[in-house]
Design a protein around this ligand. Structure first.
Ligand SMILES: Cc1cc2nc3c(=O)[nH]c(=O)nc-3n(C[C@H](O)[C@H](O)[C@H](O)COP(=O)(O)OP(=O)(O)OC[C@H]3O[C@@H](n4cnc5c(N)ncnc54)[C@H](O)[C@@H]3O)c2cc1C
Length: 463
């Protein structure tokens, strides 16, 4: 692409960020807070990336993520820093049950050892196996799949009726293909450090009682979009350029980086010694035309789960009791949905009084073809499943919305090690270039915040 010098708006910054999703915005927020001049380029007309809250006829619903886990101090700190512009909402304790579908009905996922022993979800043999878990030898294979690890320590039924649905809920993924060390590093470390999940979790709880934040489920009062708006407000609109198309980055050697973009028909150019990308792996080679494409091969090959999300709003709920967080469906049960969340049960003001808001997920790594189905087919499939699974006598949703994500969740599979090495090599070969985002270091919102804080601190220290 060519940019005529007379039609070019020039910007200078200390740090350029590409992508204004949660990673990019959190980075910009902390870098600005440290006094650095930051400029964010975002392709879409709005900031927030996959986070978006919509409002219609008394329903407040999320497209993309619904909730996160307050699992690290950085995310707690972010909310504290943004208060009162954005208020953390913790999911209602009274609706924290997770349901698992088995043999034609929902069962509560056990939350303790005693419940695990009583539940019909696991076989008699595996319950004994679970009791013996602390005594089992620790694994030796750092590339062991999640299903391999779970079968070895807990048994097949635990894999099928606890881990498989849990992985559908987080990764929309397949535990046979995810590598524990990369996909669930905390679980991997638990076994490697303590030799056992159960024993390790107990010891960790005792040892870290004071330091570890409670792993509560969070959203934001009024919707997750309010987190985006609070970040935007603090960063300053003038530091975020939305609607930036045809972005391309040129490497300038010691001088850093130059980015070109077209915004509303006019050309923009910015230079900075540091450039941070937060975009998906598949889009990286085109963003950096001056870097040989082969250098991105091991990164761009990252696979993503395709997810279809259906939001349903019922003015009068007539189905089964949904005072729970949601329900997950094991792949073995061969239903058409991965799971369903009940946001109006655990968050306030998401549906009119007496009504209900449901967020249904389909597709994922096991059914990528659902992504290509028409809305009518998707909605019919969801209707059949929801009526049956929620025991609904009649079905009259006032709100029916379909959202598709081609690159919803990256899958940390066997190629993760080579991808992480390639990211390291690129960052070493091109000083000042940082590859952030969910291509590494976690897929959840809390992971995104933790990574952004880590990088912002490193950038500030290097100034
Ligand atoms: C359907 C769905 C459900 C989810 N559910 C949960 C959940 O329940 N809990 C949880 O913790 N997490 C969940 N996640 C994951 C979580 O939402 C993401 O990890 C997080 O929001 C990603 O933030 P990000 O900034 O890294 O990426 P993104 O939000 O993808 O932001 C990247 C930004 O880069 C922009 N961009 C791309 N290319 C360019 C370019 N060339 N130039 C300029 N800009 C560009 C994009 O437009 C986008 O705005 C879910 C994700 C999806 C899709």
């Amino acid at each position: 692409m060519s940019h005529k010098p007379d039609n070019l708006t020039r910007h200078k910054a200390q740090v350029i960020i590409v992508g204004a999703g949660l990673t990019g915005l959190t980075l910009a927020y902390y870098l600005r807070k440290s006094g650095l001049k930051v400029l964010v380029f975002e392709k879409q007309e709005r900031a927030g990336g996959v986070i978006r809250t919509l409002r219609e006829n008394g329903f407040v619903y999320e497209t993309g993520p619904n909730t996160g886990i307050l699992g690290n101090p950085q995310v707690i700190q972010l909310f504290s820093d943004l208060w009162p512009d954005c208020t953390l909402e913790i999911a209602d304790e009274k609706a924290k049950k997770r349901l698992i579908w088995k043999d034609g009905r929902w069962h509560c996922l056990p939350s303790g050892l005693l419940e695990a022993v009583r539940t019909p979800l696991f076989t008699f043999g595996d319950k004994f196996r679970i009791l013996g878990e602390p005594l089992r030898r620790k694994g030796q294979d750092p590339m062991e799949s999640l299903s391999g690890l779970v079968k070895r320590r807990m048994g097949k039924s635990f894999l099928e009726y606890a881990v498989d649905p849990f992985i559908s809920g987080i990764y929309a993924g397949d535990p046979d293909r995810l590598i524990t060390r990369f996909a669930l590093p905390k679980l991997y470390k638990l076994e490697q450090t303590y030799g056992s999940f159960i024993g390790g979790a107990l010891k960790k709880k005792i040892l870290e009682k004071e330091q570890t934040p409670a792993r509560e489920v969070f959203s934001v009062a009024g919707g997750l979009e309010n987190l985006v708006l609070a970040l935007e407000k603090s960063i300053g609109q003038e530091h975020i350029i939305c609607g930036a198309t045809q972005t391309s980055v040129e490497t300038l050697g010691r001088e850093g980086y130059r980015i070109y973009a077209t915004v509303n028909g006019s050309d923009h150019m910015a230079e900075a010694p540091v450039l941070i990308s937060t975009i998906g792996s598949y889009a990286l080679p085109d963003l950096f035309p001056s870097i040989p494409r082969e250098e991105f091969n091991a990164i761009a090959s990252l696979e993503y789960a395709r997810v279809v999300q259906v939001v349903l709003g019922f003015r009068h709920w007539t189905g089964a009791n949904i005072k729970a967080f949601g329900g997950l469906v094991p792949s073995r049960e061969q239903r058409h949905i991965l799971g369903v969340l009940f946001p109006s049960s655990f968050l306030s003001d998401r549906a009119p009084e007496g009504g209900a808001l449901l967020n249904v997920f389909l597709g994922g790594m096991r059914h990528p073809e659902y992504y290509d189905l028409g809305d009518d087919q998707i909605l019919e499939m969801v209707k059949v499943e929801v009526m049956d699974m929620m025991r609904m006598p009649d079905y009259d949703p006032e709100l029916e919305k379909v959202f598709r994500y081609r690159h919803a969740i990256p899958q940390y599979m066997a190629d993760s090690e080579s991808r992480i090495k390639a990211i390291g090599r690129l960052q070493e070969n091109y000083p000042g270039l940082i590859l952030a985002g969910n291509i590494h270091e976690g897929i959840g919102m809390a992971d995104r915040v933790a990574q952004a804080v880590r990088i912002a601190e490193a950038v500030v220290d290097s100034q």
